[in-house]
Design a protein around this ligand. Structure first.
Ligand code: ADP
Ligand code: MG
Length: 727
C-alpha cells in the first residue's frame, strides 16, 4: 500500500497536539548560556587572558600563540561542561548555508586509552578537506587546499554536542573562499573611511561599526505533505501547482492570530535562539498564508550575520521537531508573495552616535546630510553591483517579477529628508556666523523620523528614519553578500568625498563650508537614484532606464557587474577583494545559477513524466471508457453528441495538455544536455536563463491546467489549498 496524498492530508490536519514547550524561565536566566561570552570567559579564563582576548576582539589584534593555548584550554573545559564532545570550525562557504566538519576532542593515544585534547593551534586553524566547495577556479590557480581561521570577533558557541568556532575560509595564498572574509575586510574599510570623515566633526577615537538588523521571512509546510512534493524537496519550491481559490486576497493573515501549532514552534525556536545569544525581538504572520517573520534587535553586522545563519539552521531542526518543514526559498508558491530578508543597515560609533540619524544641532544635521549624501551617491554609482549582490536563481522570482522590490535599485528618502536636500541645493551660500553653533543655515531635519517617515513599501532601498532598509535581499541569502557590497561602496565613496573636501579646504574654504559645498555637489550628482513613487509601475521602468539605472532582470547578466572596470576599481581601492577574487565570485554565482535551474528542469521533467502524465492518462481512459459506454445507451447520433460533448472536450483537453507537456519536457532536457557542453560558466548560466526558465513556465501551465481537470481523488501531489493552510 502506498502513502497517498490523502494519508498525508489526514496526518497534516489531525496532527497530534505538540507537547507544549514548558514555560521558559526569565530570558535573562539562560540568555547566551550556550555562548563563550564574557560571562562564561570570566569563569574559565584568567583575567590576563581575558584582557588579551578583548583586545583582540576590539582592535583586531592577532592572538599570541601562548594566549591562544590558554583560550583553547578554557574553551574546551567550558564546552565539555556544556556536554560537548566535538568541535568544529564553522564557516560560510559560497554555496550558501554553513559548513562544519566535526572532530572529536578525544585523542586516543594507544594502549586503549584516550584523553581530551584541544590546542591553541586547533582553535586558530583547521584544514577542512574542502575540495568540493566552490572556489571559482581559485584553488586550481593557486593551491589545492584552503584553511579556516578563527574570527575572535564572533564568539564560539555550543550547538548540540559540538563546540562551533566561527571562522573565515581562505586559500593558502589568502584569497577569500567564503562570505565572512570579504565582509570583515569591508567592515574595516568602511570604519576607516567613516572615522576619517568624522574627524571634520571633531569626533576621534570613537570606533565605527556597520550595523545590521535582518527581518527573516519564511514559510512553514506540514512535514507529511512536504514528503509528497518532490519539487519542494529537491528545488525548495513548487514547480507545479494551481492557485487555490483562496490565497492571500483577503489579506487576513498579516499580523493575524498565529496558529497555535506555529506558536509552539516559534516559542521553541526563540528558546534555542536566546540560549545562543541571538537577540530575537519580533515574530508575526506575514502577508501570505503560512508565511511568517522573525526579527532580532540589530547588532554589529558580522555578528548579526552569524546569528542569522545560526537561526536558519535552528529553524530547520526546530521545525522538524514540530512536524513542519521550513521553507526559506524566495518564491516557493506561484501567485503568492515571496519571502525576503530586509536588511536594515546603518553606520554608527561605539559611543552610540547613529550616523544615519538626524540630530538636534546644525552640526549634527550637517553630519547627517553628509552621510546620507554619500550613501546615496555610493548606491547611485554602484546600483548594478548592489543588485548583483542579491541576485540568485531563486530571488529572481521576486525581483522584477511584479512583487516586492523591483529589479531596479533606487532610494526612497521620504518628504522630510528630500525637502532638506532641496533646501540645501537652493542655497547659494550658507550663513556662517562666527562662533554661533546653531545658526549655520543648515536645513533642519526633525530629530525623530522613525515614527513619521512615510512608508514606501515598493522601494528596494528605503530610508526609515535612522537606517536604510535594503529590501531586495532574499530570504535564503547570506546577508554578507549585500552588506559587503554596501560597506565597500560606501567606504570608497567616503574616501572620494574626503579627498574633495580636503581640496576645498586647501583652496581656502572653512571646514564647514567645504563640507556643505561638497555635500551639495555629491547629492546633485546622484539625485537620479532617488525615487519616492510606485516602484512597481511600468512608467517607473521606463523612467529608470532614462535615468541610466540598471534595469537588467537576468541574474547571470547581472553578475557581470562584479567584473566591470568600475567595480574592480572600487574593491581594489578599499582593499576588500582583488580582481581574482571577484572573478572567482562571479564564476561561482554563474555555476550555482546553472545548477539550480538545471535541478528544477530535471525535477520538473521527472514530475511530468512519472507523476502527472500517468495519472492524467489514467483519468483520460476512465472518461474514454465512460464515453464509449454511453454510446450503447444513447444510440441516436445527435443525442449522443449532445450528452457526451463536454466529456469529449475534456478528453481532448487532457490529450492536448499531456502531449504538449511531454514534448516540452523532452525538449527541455535535450536543451539542458546541450547547454552543459558549453565552455564557460557564464555562457552556461545565460543559456539556462534564456532557454530553460521559459520551459519551466510553459510546462507548468499545462500541468496546472491538468490539475484543474483531473479527478481530485487521483491527483498525486498535495495541492496549494492543502499546503498553505495550517491548522
Ligand atoms: P519594520 O517596521 O520594518 O518591521 P522593525 O522596527 O521591526 O522594522 O525593525 C527592523 C529591524 O531594524 C530590527 O532588527 C531593528 O533592530 C533594526 N534597526 C533599528 N534601528 C537600526 C539601526 N540604526 N541600524 C540598523 N538596524 C536597525
Ligand atoms: Mg521592515
Amino acid at each position: 500500500m502506498t502513502y497517498t496524498r490523502f494519508d498525508a492530508v489526514e496526518e497534516a490536519f489531525t496532527h497530534p497536539p505538540i507537547k507544549a514547550v514548558p514555560p521558559a524561565p526569565a530570558t535573562s536566566d539562560y540568555y547566551g548560556c550556550n555562548v563563550f561570552n564574557r560571562k562564561n570567559m570570566r569563569k574559565y579564563l584568567s583575567a590576563d587572558t581575558r584582557q588579551k582576548v578583548y583586545e583582540s576582539i576590539e582592535q583586531g589584534i592577532t592572538l599570541q600563540r601562548d594566549v591562544a593555548e590558554q583560550v583553547a584550554a578554557g574553551m574546551k573545559r567550558w564546552a565539555m561542561d556544556m556536554g560537548a564532545t566535538h568541535y568544529t570550525h564553522w564557516f560560510q562557504p559560497l554555496t550558501g548555508g554553513t559548513a562544519e566538519k566535526h572532530d572529536s576532542f578525544a585523542e586516543p593515544y594507544g594502549k586503549g586509552e584516550s584523553l581530551e585534547e584541544f590546542t591553541g593551534k586547533l582553535l586558530c586553524q583547521q584544514e577542512p578537506d574542502a575540495s568540493s566547495f566552490p572556489s571559482g577556479g581559485l584553488r586550481n590557480t593557486f593551491e589545492a587546499r584552503g584553511y579556516t581561521a578563527w574570527d575572535p570577533s564572533s564568539p564560539a558557541f555550543v550547538l548540540g554536542d559540538t563546540l562551533c568556532i566561527p571562522t573565515v575560509f581562505i586559500s593558502y595564498t589568502g584569497e577569500a573562499l567564503d562570505y565572512k572574509t570579504p565582509l570583515l575586510r569591508s567592515e574595516t574599510a568602511v570604519a576607516k573611511a567613516t572615522e576619517d570623515v568624522l574627524r571634520y566633526f571633531g569626533i576621534e577615537n570613537d570606533a565605527v561599526f556597520s550595523y545590521l538588523g535582518w527581518e527573516q521571512e519564511y514559510f512553514l509546510v506540514d512535514a507529511s505533505l512536504y514528503a509528497l512534493r518532490p519539487d519542494i524537496i529537491m528545488a525548495e519550491r513548487t514547480l507545479v501547482g494551481h492557485n487555490s481559490a483562496r490565497n492571500q486576497q483577503l489579506e487576513d493573515h498579516y499580523f493575524g492570530c498565529i496558529p497555535s501549532r506555529v506558536l509552539e514552534f516559534m516559542r521553541d525556536l526563540e528558546f534555542s535562539a536566546y540560549k545562543l545569544g541571538i537577540p530575537i525581538k519580533t515574530r508575526h504572520n506575514e502577508v501570505a498564508p503560512n508565511q511568517f517573520e522573525i526579527a532580532p534587535v540589530y547588532e554589529q553586522a558580522n555578528l548579526a550575520i552569524d546569528h542569522n545563519l545560526e537561526l536558519m539552521a535552528l529553524m530547520k531542526t526546530t521545525a522538524e521537531k514540530h512536524g513542519f518543514k521550513v521553507i526559506l526559498h524566495e518564491k516557493p508558491f506561484a501567485g503568492i508573495n515571496g519571502s525576503g530578508k530586509h536588511c536594515n543597515w546603518s553606520l554608527g560609533t561605539a559611543s552610540g552616535i547613529g550616523l544615519m540619524s538626524p540630530g538636534k544641532t546644525d552640526v549634527e544635521n550637517l553630519r547627517f546630510l553628509v552621510f546620507m549624501a554619500n550613501v546615496l551617491k555610493a548606491v547611485y554609482d554602484n546600483n548594478a553591483l548592489l543588485k548583483a549582490s542579491v541576485m540568485s536563481a531563486s530571488n529572481a522570482h521576486r525581483l522584477g517579477a511584479n512583487e516586492a522590490p523591483p529589479a531596479i535599485i533606487s532610494c526612497f528618502l521620504g518628504t522630510q529628508v528630500t525637502k532638506a536636500f532641496e533646501e540645501l541645493l537652493s542655497k547659494d551660500s550658507v550663513r556662517i556666523e562666527g562662533k554661533s553653533k546653531y545658526n549655520l543655515g543648515i536645513p533642519q531635519v526633525p530629530e525623530l523620523l522613525i515614527d513619521n517617515t512615510d512608508r514606501n513599501r515598493t522601494s528596494p532601498f528605503a530610508f526609515t528614519g535612522n537606517r536604510f532598509e535594503f529590501r531586495a535581499v532574499g530570504s535564503s541569502a547570506n546577508c554578507s553578500s549585500a552588506v559587503t557590497v554596501l560597506n565597500t561602496i560606501v567606504a570608497h565613496q567616503l574616501k572620494q568625498f574626503k579627498a574633495a573636501v580636503d581640496k576645498r579646504i586647501e583652496s581656502g574654504a572653512s571646514v564647514t563650508q567645504a563640507l556643505l559645498e561638497e555635500t551639495k555637489e555629491t547629492y546633485r550628482r546622484c539625485q537620479k537614484i532617488c525615487f519616492d513613487g510606485n516602484g512597481y509601475s511600468e512608467e517607473w521602468k521606463a523612467e529608470a532606464a532614462k535615468r541610466g539605472l540598471d534595469c537588467e532582470t537576468s541574474a547571470p547578466v547581472c553578475y557581470d557587474a562584479y567584473l566591470t572596470k568600475e567595480s574592480v576599481g572600487v574593491y581594489r581601492d578599499v582593499g576588500v577583494m582583488s580582481e581574482t577574487e571577484l572573478r572567482a565570485r562571479a564564476e561561482i554565482c554563474w555555476e550555482i545559477y546553472s545548477k539550480k535551474v538545471e535541478i528544477e528542469a530535471r525535477v520538473l521533467a521527472d514530475l511530468t513524466a512519472n507523476h502527472i502524465l500517468p495519472v492524467a492518462t489514467r483519468y483520460e481512459s476512465v472518461l474514454l471508457d465512460n464515453v464509449s459506454k454511453m454510446k450503447d445507451i444513447f444510440t441516436e447520433k445527435d443525442e449522443f453528441e449532445q450528452v457526451a460533448a463536454a466529456e469529449i472536450q475534456i478528453i481532448k483537453d487532457i490529450a492536448t495538455h499531456c502531449s504538449a507537456a511531454r514534448s516540452l519536457a523532452v525538449e527541455m532536457e535535450d536543451e539542458c544536455d546541450a547547454i552543459l557542453g558549453k565552455d564557460s560558466e557564464r555562457e552556461k548560466a545565460v543559456a539556462f536563463h534564456d532557454k530553460i526558465t521559459g520551459y519551466l513556465d510553459r510546462i507548468r501551465e499545462h500541468v496546472d491546467a491538468l490539475e484543474m481537470i483531473v479527478d481530485d481523488e487521483m491527483w498525486p501531489l498535495p495541492k496549494y489549498r492543502e499546503l498553505l493552510f495550517i491548522r
